[in-house]
Design a binder for this molecule. Structure first.
Ligand code: DQA
Length: 156
């Protein structure tokens, strides 16, 4: 099982930016922990960070046929990007959207995620642990999909 973790703009500043909201961990530290948890479960993880919306769209399209699922924190683009939402819909695979902060108790403009409309589910407000929750969710969803498709192949 292979998943792509896609991180949006300013998440490279984790550990520096607004620690009272996002906590002290850097993006590299979060990825290192997640990689360990994934390896323990036999899951391969690829990590990507982008500043630009178009690069995120590009990367999502490249996920088609190369990974089983996507974990994405589109960061500020969550609230604005129809292009990222469309790309996630286009690849039609399991997607978990993660937000480190609880976007529902922040400014009004953050309380709506456009991209979430194309995701299987959203995890918001659990800090960096949200990525671990996302991993567990994706493992479960992908395992279920594989089981159904195996059963279909056996029946044919
Ligand atoms: C964020 C929430 C967004 O509103 C914000 O723009 C981010 C990070 C989060 O992980 O809590 O950059 O996606």
């Amino acid at each position: 099982m292979k998943i792509a973790v896609i991180q949006g703009p300013n998440l490279n500043m984790l550990g520096i930016r607004e620690q009272h909201i996002y906590g002290p961990m850097s993006l590299d530290q979060i990825h290192e922990q997640l990689k360990g948890a994934a390896a323990q479960n036999g899951v391969e993880v690829e990590f990507f960070f982008f500043f630009l919306e178009g690069e995120i769209v590009d990367r999502i399209q490249e996920c088609l046929g190369t990974v089983d699922g996507i974990m994405i924190n589109p960061a500020a683009y969550s609230h604005t990007s129809i292009a990222i939402k469309d790309a996630l819909s286009a690849v039609a695979m399991p997607v978990v959207e993660v937000h480190i902060s609880n976007i529902y108790k922040r400014e009004e403009f953050r309380q709506k995620s456009i991209t979430a409309g194309a995701s299987t589910g959203v995890i918001s407000g659990f800090g960096p642990f949200g990525y671990h929750m996302g991993l567990i969710a994706l493992m479960q969803i992908i395992t279920e999909i594989k089981a159904v498709s195996n059963a279909q192949q056996t029946a044919e």
